[in-house]
Design a protein around this ligand. Structure first.
Ligand code: 13P
Length: 254
């Protein structure tokens, strides 16, 4: 691990997906806040946008940051049902997930749309967490690197070097999401290294600065070995982020 890599602050991000309601959220956040967090890593929960106000009320001036799970590629206008980056910023939201595989699969989001979302988020000073990942079929066909590099390059194409250095990337193999199957640390590290090398082709600075998270059935019992890998700078946690003890155990492992 080089010096710059050691300066990257580990980010443990929970993705609640479409889970939670006011009462349950208060309980979960209360449990997270009740535990003294000695970790030096950054902790983030990505919640459904309607609960950002609740997060703003409960999490401001605490060690836990909050973010959204999606954002519009437009700043305003006739886009019924969409939420713009400026609207997220109204709630002091610092992060947003873009291009999650569930949005790519169920909402047919293209690489180009994901790239526009990342660009527009950055214009509102919100850090996009850009998700990339291959399906099982693509992995078995030996296309993993090609798929993730294409997904990342689409975002790189619309950002200048300064903006590129501000994004977070999350490698989430689709076959590992919610399945209990995890990429081995070596498998994940291999892809993370490819992603970092792709960033380095454009900017060594960005490659050193950008945090690359792993997501896909990360749990308390496998987090440590994944997070020890040199190019794994954190985790994007789904199921295990809905239980305070599990999420905190992953934070402790980091
Ligand atoms: P799981 O941790 O439930 O596999 O979900 C991963 C994920 O999709 C996070 O964005």
């Amino acid at each position: 691990m080089n010096l710059m890599a050691q300066q990257r602050r580990t980010l443990i991000a929970g993705n609640w997906k479409m889970n939670g309601q006011l009462t349950a959220n208060s309980a979960l956040l209360g449990d997270l806040l009740a535990t003294p967090l000695e970790s030096t890593c950054e902790i983030l929960v990505c919640v459904p946008s309607v609960y950002l106000a609740q997060c703003e009320a409960l999490l401001q001036r605490t060690p836990i940051a909050y973010g959204a799970q999606d954002v519009s590629a437009h700043q305003s206008g006739a886009y019924t049902g969409e939420v713009s980056p400026a609207m997220l910023a109204d709630f002091s939201c610092k992060y947003v997930i873009v291009g999650h595989s569930e949005r790519r699969a169920y909402h047919h989001e293209s690489d180009e749309l994901v790239a526009q979302k990342a660009l527009q988020a950055l214009r509102s000073s919100i850090c996009p967490i850009v998700c990339v990942g291959e399906t099982l079929e693509q992995r078995e066909a030996g296309r993993t690197n090609e798929i993730v590099v294409t997904q990342l390059r689409a975002v790189m194409d619309v950002l200048d070097d300064g903006a590129l250095a501000r994004i977070v990337v999350a490698y989430e193999p689709v076959w590992a999401i919610g399945t209990g199957k995890t990429a081995t640390p070596e498998m994940a590290q291999e892809v993370h290294a490819v992603l970092r090398a792709t960033l380095a082709e454009r900017s060594e600075f960005a490659a050193d600065k950008v945090r690359i998270l792993y997501g896909g059935s990360m749990k308390p019992d496998n987090a440590k070995e994944l997070l020890e890998m040199p190019d794994i700078d954190g985790g994007l946690i789904g199921g295990a982020s809905l239980k305070a003890v599990d999420f905190l155990a992953i934070v402790a492992a980091a």
